[in-house]
Design a protein around this ligand. Structure first.
Ligand SMILES: [Zn+2]
Length: 421
């Protein structure tokens, strides 16, 4: 019920904004023209009405901190914490019901948080003094007498703030998620802001929302708490390509060979590509960035170099061509290439580095990072707020939030927990 009211409010808001925008077009000049005697030469006293530039609410976020307030140097030896989320569960009562298989429920419980849990986590990390920084600002590539290599930058922060990177994995709106109580795509609303499309799994009603999807929730949280963002930073999307991106089916399908079928597939694909472009543009404009999660969500630890090459080319063709260049690769399953050994620099790692990747992010129990010395690259780990760590890693996450206050045990399946861990 609550959700229905929210969705109605969202649509009403869009409608109101659309109407007010229409109202703005009726310029006073138009009114004056209509009463001018056509026989009289009127010297206009004011120039033509110029449209007032629309104020972008995000500007207040981008410009919140002035340079002279950034007096705290966060040096290369100080940890930049990194949390990552999967898409959040919009309808947990549905996701954790008989409508979803027991195996899938376990997966959702393990790797995801609900909307309410996510809201609480954001509030907690904000209350604990974290400030969002762009992942791209944490390291740089430099060339000096020792060659070309990566360095950890010193970040300039406001006093008392601690830097935090957030990444969102698999923001592709996979088909299976659409059937399990998640939102279905991101789009730009009539108000120029990012909204999520959502279909209520109980009623089948499709509507726009900013309350059930991680991206617009963070957008609005930052609008309400502009001091949570350094220079307008939000989070970085880690995207695969095999079911398109951001809810748009922009992928190729090599299994389609029938010419007529192929033509229809390609026509739809081009439509989807055109439709996602303004979404990417608005996300980039408002502090979001993009990295690769490989095209096929492949496990890099056990794939051949040829498979990785094929996958990487496809990611660059189908995803990189839309979101732009990136130096950041998020390992699917957290699995490192060349046998999952971070000490070595194997042929697959070397190939990926040659393709332009410099920061290689895995998953771990701390926000570890290491600048490699034999090649220009950084490897790092990210922490993962999800059912697993909420149930069994409370102490490791106390610097961000208390899992006991976050986890929604009423809605999640009864898998047990250990808050002393
Ligand atoms: Zn993933």
């Amino acid at each position: 019920m609550k959700r229905k009211l929210l969705s109605c409010a969202a649509l009403c808001l869009i409608l109101a904004l659309a109407l007010s925008a229409c109202g703005g077009d009726q310029s006073p000049g138009g009114g004056r023209d209509s009463v001018t005697d056509p026989g009289t030469v009127v010297t206009p006293t004011t120039p033509e009405v110029t449209p007032t530039p629309k104020v972008d609410p995000y500007d207040a976020v981008k410009n919140y901190w002035s340079e002279d307030q950034l007096t705290q140097a966060w040096g290369p030896d100080q940890v930049v914490e990194h949390l990552f989320f999967h898409p959040i569960i919009a309808y947990p009562e549905y996701a954790f019901s008989g409508a979803v298989s027991a195996t899938d429920q376990k997966g959702l419980d393990d790797w995801m948080v609900t909307v309410d849990e996510y809201n609480k986590i954001l509030q907690n990390v904000y209350d604990k003094g974290y400030i969002l920084v762009a992942m791209e600002d944490v390291w740089s590539e430099v060339t000096d007498e020792s060659g070309t290599h990566m360095v950890r930058n010193t970040l300039m922060l406001p006093e008392g703030k601690k830097p935090l990177v957030i990444s969102f994995d698999d923001v592709n709106y996979y088909q299976y998620m659409l059937e399990e109580g998640f939102t279905s795509k991101l789009l730009v609303g009539d108000d120029g802001q990012i909204w999520a499309e959502c279909t209520d799994p109980y009623t089948g009603e499709t509507f726009l929302t900013q309350e059930l999807d991680a991206t617009p929730i963070l957008d609005n949280f930052v609008l309400e708490h502009p001091d949570f963002s350094l220079n307008g930073a939000k989070a970085i999307f880690s995207l695969t390509g095999y079911q398109g991106i951001l809810g748009y089916r922009t992928q190729t399908d090599r299994d389609v060979t029938d010419p007529a079928e192929l033509e229809a597939f390609e026509a739809n694909r081009q439509k989807e590509i055109e439709a996602v472009k303004p979404v990417i543009e608005r996300l980039k404009e408002t502090g979001w960035t993009f990295g690769s999660h490989t095209w096929g969500h492949i496990n890099l630890a056990n794939k051949s170099l040829a498979t990785v090459q094929n996958d990487t080319e496809r990611w660059l063709d189908e995803v990189g061509s839309l979101v732009g260049p990136t130096t950041i690769l998020f390992y699917p399953h957290g699995a490192r290439p060349d046998g999952d050994d971070w000490h070595t620099t194997g042929p697959i790692f070397r190939y990926l580095q040659e393709q332009g990747f410099r920061v290689f992010a895995s998953v771990g129990s701390e926000s570890f990072s290491y600048v490699k010395t034999d090649i220009s690259a950084v490897i790092c780990d990210r922490l993962h707020p999800d059912g697993r760590t909420l149930r069994g890693s409370r102490s490791r996450y106390l610097q961000f939030y208390d899992a006991q206050e976050i986890i929604d045990l009423d809605v999640r399946p009864d898998y047990g927990y250990d808050f002393t861990a």
